[in-house]
Every structure is written in C-alpha cells, then in structure tokens.
Design a protein around this ligand. Structure first.
Ligand SMILES: [Zn+2]
Length: 410
C-alpha cells in the first residue's frame, strides 16, 4: 500500500473552502483519504510521513488557458523547425508549468490527443490536460495564419485538424472533426486577436448562426465551448449563443457581465498575457501597427474585468502561457488580488473555479477526501502575501495523484 501522511500543516481550500490550521492529511493510492489532527497517532499506518513544519498545503493549481505547444506564436517557426522539435518544446513547457504548481491545464489550442495521452501515462513530467486540439476560426480570422505571401503557417501533420471553417454546415463538420481528434472542449475564435496575421481585435468573426450551431453540436457531443473574445460584438454574440466560457473578455461591460451571471458563463481574464503584451508594446517589441491598439486594449481590459468581477461573474485562472513564456502561471493570482480579490479568493479562482470551468470539480480543485491528491506545498503564507506563489522557488513540493513530482523540501 502506498500511503503518505503529511502532518503539521495548514490546509487552504479544504471542504467549503475552509482554512484548517495544525492538521494532517493522509494520501492513499493517489487520492486524499482523510484529514484530521489525530491521524499522526498511528504512524505505522503510513509508508511515508512528512513533517510540514507549519507550512501551507493548497490544491494543485489549474491553468484554464494555456498553449503548451506554443512559444510566442512566431509564424515562421513552423517553417524553420523540424516537427519533432515542436513537440520537444511542448515537453519542456509542460515541465516548467508543472514546477510552478499547476497540476492540470486546459489547453486552448494545439496540444493534441497524443500529447495528452503521453502526459497521462507519465512519459514526461506534465500537468494533466484538458484539450481543445485546434481552435475553430473563420477564413481570415484569429487562427487563420495564412500570410499575405499565401503561405499557411499552421502546423500540419496527419490527423491534426486544420482550424478554418465557415457557414453553419462547415462549423458543424469542424466541431465533429475536432471532437473526433480527441477534444475535451471546443475552442472558438469569436473575435480577432492581438497576434493575428489578418485581423483586428474588434472584428466579429463567426456570426450568431454559426456560433449557435457550434454550441449546439458541441453540446450534442457532450462538450463545452470556450470563446476567445476581445471586441464587444463577438463577446455579445458568444453570450447570446450560450457558450461555457469567455476567454480574455476585454470588452465586457456591466450589461454583458449581468448576462454572464444569469447564464452562468465563466470569465477567464488572462491578465498575464494582456500585461505581457502591454509591456512588449511599450518596449516596441511588437510590429509598429499593433502598438497603439495593444496599449488601448490592455487599458480597457483592466477596467472592464474589474466591472465584471464586481458584478459577480465567475472568474477562473488562465494565463495564455505560450503567447508569453511558460512557467510564470501563478503571477495571474497577483493580478486578481490587485483587482480586489482577497488572497484566499484568488487561490480559489486558481484552483476550484478553474477546476469547475474545466468540468473537473469532482476530481480536483479542493482538498477533500476522495479527490485526487494534487497538492502544492509552501512554507511562506500566501494568505499574507499572494506574491510568494509567483516565485516558483517558494513552491517546495508538488504532488500529482499522490506522487511527489517536485521536491525542494527534503
Ligand atoms: Zn489563447
């Protein structure tokens, strides 16, 4: 029997989101078995005992918006590099992400079923994955990376769907194709983006008929829909089409925020990517014609997300890592706190809410008996100062399914 006892710890994120001081946790066969002060009275029950020395144990974090296979979306990379190099970079991103304390990710585009399977079989260190395989995009939309030269820069290999689809029949067929390729959820580009080859962030992309067709077909296939939304029009249409989550949500206003609350739609603000793009724009690291728009976008994003938060929209943690560097995922929590969340609330957004957004709340997201033992241990109190979690040197241990996958503690 493989069982671990961790004693003398404060649990953050126990049942009912309680903080439990001076307690112990028993882990058996990958699951949380029991929580309680008295557990250490029978040391012979355990194959391993760890003294937490008054440290803090949290649920493993869930980043609900990453691209493990991406490294800045430099269009020319797929032309220059062998395909195998692209996958090895993905392995590296997975390892960096896991080391930050993120034990599960929702990949919003490019990670495929084979990558997910290999991670599940523990062929390499990686967060567990929920995948969308390939986002749906209209011709000339956010994920159409056909350059004016006529070259299509999208990565291609057998069985990997191409993103482009148009019209009701076209989007239904593409939803089925992406689901066949192993997508756990359907990612849709509803507006343009900052790094697009051919569009502007305000552009409406799929029309309402297409969006409704995608949602209905995805739901028939027992899958949820996540839409990438910067501009107001695409955001409004996504809400109207009853999507499950809005990614970025840059143009959300009070009225749409209220609709999101009514319809129980998640918001993944991805502050990390917006702030990173803002810094890149300020340092003239973006193409000249994108600088002004990016700065404007970052400003309204910050203001509008705060409005949505104050309206009570459900917020989950997603970073869009892959646009920016991998391995700084928990910086997102600092942005949440600066927006007005308490540190405890921010940790909840990064664990339980993201687990709910990924439809995995029965397995992960809190520290409760029966759930997977995906856990993060630190000696510094994140409830006093959330930034302790941003420095991955403070993440001393990471457990995934009861196994210690990072150990800088003993
Ligand atoms: Zn993204």
């Amino acid at each position: 029997m493989n069982s671990t006892l961790m004693k003398n710890i404060t649990l953050i994120g126990a049942a009912n989101w309680e903080v439990k001081e001076n307690t112990s946790i028993a882990i058996e066969n990958g699951k949380i078995k029991e929580i309680g002060e008295d557990l250490s009275k029978n040391p012979s029950n355990y194959s391993q005992i760890i003294d937490g020395e008054d440290g803090f144990l949290m649920p493993g974090f869930v980043d609900a918006h990453v691209h493990l296979m991406a490294n800045g979306f430099h269009n020319e990379d797929n032309m220059n590099n062998p395909l195998s190099y692209y996958f090895y970079k993905g392995l590296n991103a997975a390892k960096l992400t896991l080391e930050t304390g993120v034990t599960t990710v929702r990949d919003c585009g490019l990670a495929d079923y084979g990558f997910k399977l290999a991670a599940k079989d523990k062929l390499f260190p990686s967060p567990k994955l929920q995948i969308s395989v390939m986002p749906l995009s209209i011709t000339g939309g956010h994920f159409d990376i056909t350059l004016k030269s006529g070259h299509d820069m999208i990565v291609r290999y057998p069985g990997f769907p191409h993103p482009i689809c148009n019209g009701v029949e076209g989007v239904i067929a593409k939803t089925r194709e992406v689901a066949r390729a192993g997508a756990d959820f359907i990612k849709v580009m509803a507006t343009g983006g900052t790094i697009s080859a051919n569009d502007k962030t305000d552009d409406i992309q799929f029309n309402i008929k297409e969006l409704k067709a995608i949602v209905s077909e995805a739901n028939r296939l027992d899958r949820k829909v996540a839409t990438h939304c910067h501009g107001y029009g695409g955001l409004k249409l996504s809400i109207k089409a009853n999507v499950h989550s809005i990614e970025h949500g840059t143009s959300v206003d009070k009225k749409n925020a209220k609709s999101m609350v009514e319809k129980d739609i998640f918001l993944i603000p991805t502050f990390s990517v917006m702030k990173n793009q803002e810094i890149a724009a300020k340092n003239h690291l973006l193409e000249d014609h994108k600088i002004e728009g990016t700065l404007k976008l970052a400003k309204i994003h910050g203001e509008n997300i705060e409005i949505a938060y104050n309206q009570g929209v459900k917020i989950a943690m997603g970073t869009d890592s892959g646009v920016q560097e991998h391995g700084n995922n928990l910086s997102e929590l600092g942005y949440f706190v600066r927006m007005g969340m308490s540190p405890l609330e921010a940790i909840m957004a990064g664990t339980l809410n993201s687990a709910k957004c990924s439809c995995l709340q029965d397995e992960i997201g809190s520290i409760e008996p029966g759930k997977s033992a995906d856990l993060v241990f630190t000696k510094k109190n994140p409830l006093d100062e959330i930034s302790v979690l941003e420095d991955k040197n403070n993440i001393l241990m990471v457990f995934q399914d009861g196994e210690i996958v990072k150990n800088k503690y003993y």
